[in-house]
Design a protein around this ligand. Structure first.
Ligand code: G3P
Length: 217
């Protein structure tokens, strides 16, 4: 399973990339706002750092301007995935831009039918938002399951990019279901390593080692 990091913070991307944990990056207008950076400048910097797909989202809401913005964003680097919202205009832009050979990430997906439409429009990635479904007392993982089954039934190559991941359990469940990619904030990716028994076991080994009086180096 691929790990994308859901941030526009260069330091956080660099830290995880140095550990080999970054297969791509996703951004959105809220993350660009949080970074305080210019969208073109920061996206270019991320693309220079990461060779995998870097999602950059359009902000127009009509197909004509989405296509124009998508073409401009795609010029930043060859690894840009143009991110488009799951509306009819977004799908129209998806069809045009994917026919031009651009990678497309269709975002704000909250139903299996929406995911089906995105696959038919040629999306490279579909981004179902798990956490935001949980927020309204639905189960975001059910949606990942449904999309996996539908895409497998018909052999759609659109990759399931599990998004709006808030917990380490979302990552485990996405991996078990077979989502192709997860995108998560750096804090969640860093939390994946946590286990109290690892900490306790290491403390015990270190205490016993100290009693031997030996050194390896
Ligand atoms: O990739 C989409 C993601 O950024 C949304 O996450 O936590 O704002 O629902 P969240």
């Amino acid at each position: 399973m691929k790990f994308f990091v859901d941030t526009a913070e260069i330091d956080a991307i660099t830290e995880l990339n140095d550990l080999g944990m970054v297969d791509g990056v996703t951004t959105n207008p809220s993350l660009i706002m949080k970074s305080g950076r210019d969208i073109i400048e920061v996206t270019k910097e991320i693309c220079e750092l990461i060779s995998g797909p870097v999602s950059a989202e359009v902000v127009a809401t009509d197909a004509k301007n989405m296509i124009a913005e998508g073409r401009k964003l795609a010029k930043i680097a060859s690894n840009i995935a143009v991110k488009l919202p799951l509306t009819w205009d977004g799908l129209k832009a998806c069809k045009v831009l994917s026919d031009e050979g651009k990678m497309i990430n269709v975002t704000l997906c909250f139903s299996a039918n929406q995911a089906l439409l995105a696959a038919k429009a040629g999306a490279t990635f579909i981004s179902p938002f798990i956490g935001r479904l949980d927020d309204v007392n639905l189960d975001g993982m059910d949606l990942i399951n449904e999309i996996r089954q539908i895409y497998d039934n018909f052999g759609y190559e659109t990759q399931i990019l599990a998004a709006s991941i808030r917990t380490v359990n979302h990552v485990t469940q996405s991996a078990l279901i077979g989502a192709d990619v997860i995108t998560a904030p750096p804090s969640v990716i860093k939390s994946l390593i946590d286990h109290p028994l690892t900490d306790r076991g290491l403390d015990q080994f270190m205490a016993d080692w100290a009693k031997t009086g030996q050194k390896i180096l």
